[in-house]
Design a protein around this ligand. Sequence first.
Ligand SMILES: C[S@@+](CC[C@H](N)C(=O)[O-])C[C@H]1O[C@@H](n2cnc3c(N)ncnc32)[C@H](O)[C@@H]1O
Length: 277
Amino acid sequence: MTAAEWPGGASVVSGVGQTRGVRKIHVIGIGAGDPDQLTLQAVKALKSTDVFFILDKGEEKSDLVQLRRDILDAHIPDGAYRLVEARDPDRDRAAGGAAYSPAVGDWRSRRADIYEDLIARELGEDDSGAFLVWGDPALYDSTLGILEEILERGSVSFTYDVVPGISSVSALVARHRTGLNRVARPVQITTGRRLAEGFPEGVDDVVVMLDAHQTFEKYAGEDIDIYWGAYIGTPDEILISGPLGEVAPRITRVRAEARERKGWIMDTYLLRRRTRE
Ligand SMILES: C[S@@+](CC[C@H](N)C(=O)[O-])C[C@H]1O[C@@H](n2cnc3c(N)ncnc32)[C@H](O)[C@@H]1O
């Protein structure tokens, strides 16, 4: 592939204007569940990839691996691609409080070991590889940090580019036909763990991700509307919105049932405090 064909532009160019001898990696955002959310830039990057790396998170999330395979089958004719699968290391999910950050750091390093090995073993010097990242690679995803960690270690060299994807946050507000922010007002994106510590100060619009414990229940007595979505963009999508005090019990029930039925759940919500304006 010439530098001009490389979707992110030429990252490493030799003196005579050719890219040579440097592995290339695309980090491709694939949208939050609907294969139609793949951008044209993502499709171009898929087509210019020799080897795809897929990290399997275990039985319960195999649907997510299958969706990646479906995307490849839809865009790369005759199955003419190479797929390499590896098992994602388990994270110590019991670690809380002060132990949380070290546990995440340790998990990230173990992931870096696996990625480093995959890149060194499976990519020839002139090959390009790709990681298909859920939603947008820039939002609550560790792939970019892991690639930087590997480069810092210095044992394997490569260049990489990032193809943005439609995040679950964009998909959530689109499905609810609402904006992310109100006119000239800020919005904050946070985690369930952070929301449990208190409602963020200085904002009335808060998007919550990675919440395993229905933390919205804590604010059910306040003047807040919720826009909630699970499995957004997939055939299992569930959307519920309304005054938090009214709909929180229903969301909790529906969420528990869906989780039981599928074995896993991914949900995101926007909390919008009602103000006088
Ligand atoms: C590790 S983060 C990855 C976020 C992803 N990079 C993005 O741009 O959406 C996983 C969290 O994203 C949210 N999420 C991802 N896909 C979702 C979907 N299809 N429906 C609802 N929430 C989703 C959930 O809050 C989940 O806990």
